[in-house]
Structures are given as structure tokens and as C-alpha cells.
Ligand binder design. Structure first.
Ligand code: RB5
Length: 147
């Protein structure tokens, strides 16, 4: 699978572990930064990941920050992005089966590499169920600024 990944400084270490795992598992990975633990701003790294997904160049995206909260807020501002902040295996599976999540968000402060690797594996290998969930995804795409 072709995967685009990004992080801020607080997600950098976990991102490195995830990238290594993805490559070992035979995926193609492009890392859009950051490239060190030097302090930076998480909103700078969601756009290149989102653009990789929206252009169709990548099938899935992964974002990592300290809590995962900032990255999921940033990514979910874009129409067509369904970013799921995940720290357990059940949510990893359900975010694919029911929500067709196309961006996985991980927390470098909460999730240790062994669990993150399992989350990534489940998330990548679980299919969207479609059916009644497709209608709900379509409704998500209708949501705009006016409630
Ligand atoms: C960085 O200190 C931290 O605020 C950031 O990684 C993230 O947790 C934001 O939501």
C-alpha cells in the first residue's frame, strides 16, 4: 500500500517506529516531516498528508503528534478526510469498518510502539463494510459551516 505519513516533534519517535514497521511489511511510505525532535507546529504537517490522499497519490495517511488531538483536528478540517484518532485495537478496526477512515492519527505520548504497530496492522488490513455506513459517510461529506 502507498502511505503518506507526517508528525510534529512530539510524534517524531513513534513515527520513526511506524515507518520502519510499514517498510518491513512491504508498504511504500513517503514521510513529509518533521525530521527531528526540534519543536515545530502540528498544523504544518497535516496539509501535505491530506493533499497526498486527496490527489489519489496515496491510499492512506498517518499523522502523529503528542496526544493526536491537534493532528486529528487539523486533518478533519478538510472535506473528504476521515481522520481517526486511535489508541486501541477495537477503534482501529471500527474506524475502518464503519467510518472508512482514510487517515490514522496516533499519539506519541500515549501509545507505545508495540501497540502502535498492531493498530497500524489492523487499520491497514480492515475493509470498510459499506452498506448502511456508506449513507452516513455521504452525510459527513454534506456537513458544512452552517449546522
Ligand atoms: C506539542 O507539544 C503538542 O501540543 C502536540 O504534539 C499535540 O499534542 C497537540 O495536539
Amino acid at each position: 500500500m502507498k502511505i503518506v505519513i507526517g508528525s510534529d516533534h512530539a510524534g517524531y519517535e513513534l513515527k520513526k517506529a511506524v515507518v520502519e514497521h510499514l517498510l518491513e511489511s512491504g508498504n511504500e511510505v513517503v514521510d513529509v516531516g518533521t525530521d527531528s525532535m526540534e519543536s515545530c507546529d502540528y498544523p504544518d504537517f497535516a496539509p501535505p498528508v491530506v493533499s497526498g490522499i486527496k490527489s489519489g497519490d496515496f491510499e492512506r495517511g498517518i499523522l502523529v503528534c503528542g496526544t493526536g488531538l491537534g493532528m486529528s483536528m487539523a486533518a478533519n478540517r478538510y472535506a473528504g478526510v476521515r481522520a481517526a484518532l486511535v489508541s486501541d485495537l477495537f477503534s482501529a478496526e471500527m474506524s475502518r469498518r464503519h467510518n472508512d477512515s482514510n487517515v490514522l492519527v496516533l499519539s506519541g505520548m500515549i501509545t507505545a510502539p508495540p501497540l502502535a504497530r498492531k493498530i497500524v496492522d489492523v487499520w491497514l488490513s480492515t475493509e470498510f463494510e459499506g452498506g448502511r455506513h456508506s449513507k452516513r459517510i455521504a452525510k459527513l461529506d454534506q456537513i458544512g459551516d452552517t449546522p
